[in-house]
Structure formats: structure tokens, C-alpha cells
Design a protein around this ligand. Structure first.
Ligand code: NAD
Length: 249
């Protein structure tokens, strides 16, 4: 028999099999294998001279709305072409086995839903949605032949992506649901996140304080690693299928 690429402790497979309440937090790393760059890698080619922190802010949009709109148009196209990878698919599979499952994501790419995940809490919005600055109207069709950014057909204010920029508040309901899911979890998986962007970074620590077993999946060490009972060092597209296989395979 061939040796599995990732060694999953048998004890962890048992804990997962018995789990009643499982909460997952994902970050940009889970989509890296779908070709969606993480923030640290995102700035290539045309965009290499900008830092994301300088583009993903209300101040950046006020200063140069065209530049910010075009950066998001590029990323919107990139994510629309991307496909869910085995990591996304494994999470959709795990959801089918757990009575109370929540998937909290910081990603704006919608790949979890496209992989079949149903209980998804989007903390930072979704890049495929566009809304207007003044009325918060969600707009599906716009005309960018006259002006960039285009304007809202309902109120005339400028359009922007429906994502949470640095310095903006997170959606209240999704954030409250995320805290509840963290604090009531018996097992908490933190996947592909640098655990540096607040408030999401506090969720696994809150789960731990409330008694959850913490599992981290990341090729790199993060501020969470020392607090995790299981640190699975590898790419989520490899580790997550390897976790599902011995547990429910
Ligand atoms: P981050 O870029 O700060 O960190 C990514 C983490 O993923 C790192 O710890 C890295 O080691 C890990 N990683 C890289 N490749 C991996 C792989 N194959 N498998 C598992 N882990 C891998 O991302 P973050 O923690 O999500 O926070 C930054 C912000 O970036 C978030 O607010 C998020 O909204 C935004 N963002 C989202 C997307 C997306 O929607 N896909 C892309 C870029 C940035």
C-alpha cells in the first residue's frame, strides 16, 4: 500500500468522526491552489508596485476611484475563472457528516459556495457583488463605457465592490454568527489564514478558550500554531482530502 502524503493522527480522525459541532475558518491560502493569489502574493505584473493595504481602503478609493475599481475588476475576472480545488471540495464533504457545521471565510472569491458548501459566513463580502457608495444598492449590470467607476443606475452614486475594506466594519450578522459558531464548537479548523487580520484572527483563540480542539492547516507557522492541538503543515488541497479519507472514506 502506498504511504499517504500527509500523516493524519488516528486520534484526530476519531475526534472528527465524533464531532457534533465543527467550525472552520478559512483564509486566502485555501484558494491559492485555485490560482487566486493570497494577499502577500497578489501583487504581480501591473499591480506589483501597490500594496493591497494601499488599494483596499476607503481612502484609496476616494483618492483614486478608477485605480481601485480597475484593481478589483482584474481580481473579479481572476476569481471568476478560478475553480474550487480539492481543499474546497473536502470541506463541502465534511459538512455532510457533521450535525452543526459552520464555515467562516475571510475570502471574497465565492469558491466555497461553488464547491458545494452551504453554511458559509462571508466576513469580508464577495468580490463578484457590486454595490453603490451612497445607497448600498446591489447592482448586477453596469455600463463602464462612459465612466470608470460606473454609476449606480438607481441613485447615481459611484459603484464599488461589495467587500469589506481595511478600516470598515464587518457585516454585523455574519460576525455575530461567527462568534457563536466559534464559542460553541467542539472542534475548530483554521485553514490557510495568517491569523493576523482582526477580528477573524481572534476566532480560533475564542474557540480554544471555550474548550474546542484547535486544528491548523497551513504550510507556514502562524501566531495560532502554538495554541493548536494539531498543526498539519501542508497545503490545504493535500491535507484536507487526506483528513476526510481516513475519517469518512
Ligand atoms: P493572508 O494572505 O494573510 O495569508 C494566507 C495564509 O495562507 C498564509 O499563512 C500562508 O502560509 C497560507 N497558505 C498559502 N498557501 C497555502 C496553501 N496552499 N494551503 C494552506 N495555506 C496556505 O490571508 P488571510 O489570512 O486570508 O488574510 C488577509 C486578507 O486577504 C483577508 O482579509 C482576505 O479577505 C483577503 N484576501 C482574500 C482572497 C480570496 O478571496 N481568495 C485573496 C487574497 C486576499
Amino acid at each position: 500500500m502506498s504511504k499517504p502524503l500527509v500523516e493524519i493522527p488516528a486520534e484526530l480522525a476519531n475526534i472528527l468522526r465524533r464531532a457534533q459541532r465543527l467550525t472552520v475558518l478559512t483564509g486566502a491560502g485555501i484558494s491559492a491552489e485555485s490560482g487566486v493569489p493570497t494577499f502577500r502574493e497578489a501583487q504581480t505584473g501591473l499591480w506589483a508596485r501597490f500594496r493591497p493595504e494601499e488599494l483596499a481602503t476607503p481612502a484609496a478609493y476616494q483618492r483614486d476611484p478608477r485605480l481601485v475599481w480597475e484593481w478589483y475588476a482584474w481580481r473579479r475576472e481572476l476569481t471568476a475563472k478560478a475553480q474550487p480545488n480539492p481543499g474546497h471540495l473536502a470541506l463541502a464533504e465534511i459538512e455532510r457528516h457533521i450535525p452543526h457545521f459552520s464555515l467562516i471565510t475571510q475570502n471574497v472569491d465565492g469558491l466555497h459556495q461553488r464547491a458545494g458548501s452551504r453554511q458559509v459566513l462571508e466576513l469580508h463580502g464577495n468580490i463578484q457583488r457590486v454595490k453603490c457608495m451612497d445607497g448600498n444598492h446591489l447592482v448586477e449590470n453596469w455600463d463602464d463605457s462612459v465612466e470608470i467607476p460606473p454609476r449606480c443606475p438607481l441613485c447615481g452614486s459611484l459603484l464599488r465592490p461589495d467587500v469589506v475594506w481595511f478600516g470598515e466594519n464587518l457585516p454585523v450578522k455574519a460576525l455575530q454568527a461567527a462568534w457563536d459558531a466559534a464559542e460553541t464548537a467542539d472542534i475548530f479548523l483554521s485553514i490557510g489564514t495568517s491569523t493576523q487580520v482582526e477580528p477573524a484572527a481572534s476566532l480560533p483563540f475564542a474557540a480554544k478558550r471555550c474548550g474546542a480542539v484547535i486544528v491548523e492547516v497551513n504550510p507556514q507557522e502562524t501566531p495560532l500554531t502554538k495554541s493548536a492541538q494539531y498543526s498539519l503543515r501542508g497545503r490545504s488541497g493535500v491535507v484536507l482530502p487526506a483528513l476526510v479519507q481516513p475519517t469518512w472514506g
